[in-house]
Design a protein around this ligand. Structure first.
Ligand SMILES: [Zn+2]
Length: 105
């Protein structure tokens, strides 16, 4: 796991530059990801858009990576990605989604 860290980080940086296309890219490059053993088949985490409620499955390694980088940058360490559907919303993990929604009530 650890030796591919640099490669994963490079890929992540490429993705974050184009956050909207993250999911499309994962789908398109699935073969590549599989070959690099970056996405274990069962390692997807359910995430949800705070704006439109659209659900997406995000690879858990990517969530860990983003959380780690956010932490390093002194940002809130929760995962977030641009929404693939509404393009405006913020896709977060279910845990974080529920936390935010409970706070709003
Ligand atoms: Zn959305």
């Amino acid at each position: 796991m650890r030796e591919s860290h640099g490669i994963r980080r490079g890929l992540y940086l490429r993705m974050i530059q184009d956050g909207k296309e993250l999911i499309a890219m994962i789908k398109k490059d699935k073969k590549l990801f599989d070959e690099m053993d970056l996405i274990a088949r069962d390692e997807f985490v359910r995430c949800k858009c705070l704006a439109c409620g659209h659900e997406q499955k995000i690879p858990s390694w990517l969530i860990a990576e983003i959380s780690e980088m956010n932490e390093e940058c002194g940002l809130d360490d929760h995962f977030s990605s641009a929404c693939y559907k509404c393009e405006d919303g913020e896709v977060v993990t279910m845990d974080y989604y529920n936390k935010v929604k409970n706070r709003e009530q």
